[in-house]
Ligand binder design. Structure first.
Ligand SMILES: NC(=O)c1ccc[n+]([C@@H]2O[C@H](COP(=O)([O-])OP(=O)(O)OC[C@H]3O[C@@H](n4cnc5c(N)ncnc54)[C@H](OP(=O)(O)O)[C@@H]3O)[C@@H](O)[C@H]2O)c1
Length: 334
């Protein structure tokens, strides 16, 4: 193991190799996180690093200086990083997850969401690494919630279709892999528009302009730190328990529409909400979306895996740096 560590130090920048010489008694647990520059991947990388895993994260456009720059569309690059790092676990977060972008660039989206995922699965299986493929509640049509893992998928959008094809190819190429489906995510963002929950905060704070908000689609906003914890717990449990494979669901348990999310933000930060208007029609434009794709999480719950950050607390933690009223911010948080 120590020899392996020394070898790894040659291939990866010192900052990426966390085990120190005096830590040799600590199990050498290596995890590769794809999409480590993204909303979920950042939280996953941090969760493993904070819990004594040797983590390497890869990104693409935002990779440098913290992460490895790997174009996952290149099968040779995928093989190289997996063969060189030889992780015990791979958490595959990289994807094109904006439904409207998937519709407008279908070939690129299919390549990243399906072919790349299949390639990562094949390479992970070859070295015996556990793989978690991140998927979505959008593989369901939302007509018969709550959904269990074995319920029949019926994606409405091309995004949902590519993620479902990705699931199937991953499990075909790596039967011991896990698929983890999650709904709308939120957490610490670099910019408010990085995430479809936090982007609402801009409209909430602009109280001089009427903001029409969807009050049709049922959402279960889920904190990325909670999903990251699930990924780590599954990976650790899997070391002893080979039954940790196949499809799993994780989700927050607070049901709300985007209009209700906006009202909650206004309430948490004591901001006006009279400019927020509820729109109860279904989506008129853009990719089709399921009305209520609530995920049943009992499989993970029965394993004692998972945590749920209360939504108001999660919002407070990730939004306060973006509060325009700096005086109010100082009064409350300092
Ligand atoms: N966000 C949600 O609400 C949500 C809901 C359900 C499921 N999910 C699933 O959760 C996973 C993570 O989503 P997210 O919101 O964290 O996505 P995200 O913030 O959009 O991040 C996407 C990641 O993919 C990387 N990437 C894109 N093209 C790449 C390429 N050619 N080579 C290497 N890396 C590439 C990006 O790297 P760079 O930015 O460095 O280029 C980035 O790290 C996805 O599988 C998604 O389908 C997300």
């Amino acid at each position: 193991m120590v020899g392996a560590e020394k070898e790894l130090k040659i291939h990866f920048r010192p900052g990426c190799v966390r085990l120190l010489e005096e830590d040799v008694s600590v199990p050498d647990r290596r995890v590769l996180v794809t999409g480590a520059t993204g909303l979920l991947g950042r939280a996953v990388y941090k969760e493993f690093l904070d819990n004594n895993w040797n983590a390497v994260g890869c990104g693409y456009r935002r990779a440098r200086p913290k992460f490895e720059k790997v174009n996952l569309l290149d099968p040779g690059a995928v093989r190289k990083i997996i063969q060189e790092f030889k992780p015990q676990a791979v958490i595959h977060c990289a994807a094109e997850r904006r439904p409207d972008v998937v519709e407008s660039q279908p070939e690129y989206a299919r390549q990243l969401n399906v072919s790349t995922s299949g390639c990562i699965a094949k390479e992970s299986a070859e070295i015996g690494a556990f793989l978690i493929y991140m998927s979505t509640d959008y593989i369901f049509d939302g007509s018969h919630p709550p959904y269990r893992e074995n319920d029949a998928p019926n994606p409405l959008s091309l995004y949902g279709k590519t993620k479902l094809e990705g699931e199937r190819l991953v499990l075909k190429n790596h039967p011991g892999a896990a698929v983890l489906r999650v709904p709308i995510l939120y957490g610490r963002v670099e910019e408010l528009d990085e995430c479809s929950v936090t982007v609402i905060f801009g409209k909430v704070q602009c109280s001089s302009t009427v903001a029409c908000m969807d009050h049709w689609q049922q959402r279960f906003p889920t904190h990325v730190a909670d999903v990251a914890r699930v990924c780590r717990q599954m990976s650790e449990r899997r070391i002893q328990d080979p039954s940790i494979s196949g499809i799993f669901h994780w989700s927050g348990n607070e049901r709300m529409t985007k209009f209700e999310i906006a009202c909650t933000m206004a309430d948490v930060f004591n901001l006006p909400s009279s400019h927020l208007r509820a729109v109860t029609d279904g989506p008129a434009a853009g990719a089709l979306r399921p009305r209520d794709a609530q995920l049943d999480c009992s499989r993970l719950e029965q394993l004692g895996i998972g945590q749920r950050t209360p939504f108001r607390l999660g919002l407070q933690r990730c939004l306060w740096p973006f509060l325009c009223d700096k005086q109010w911010r100082q009064t409350v948080f300092h």
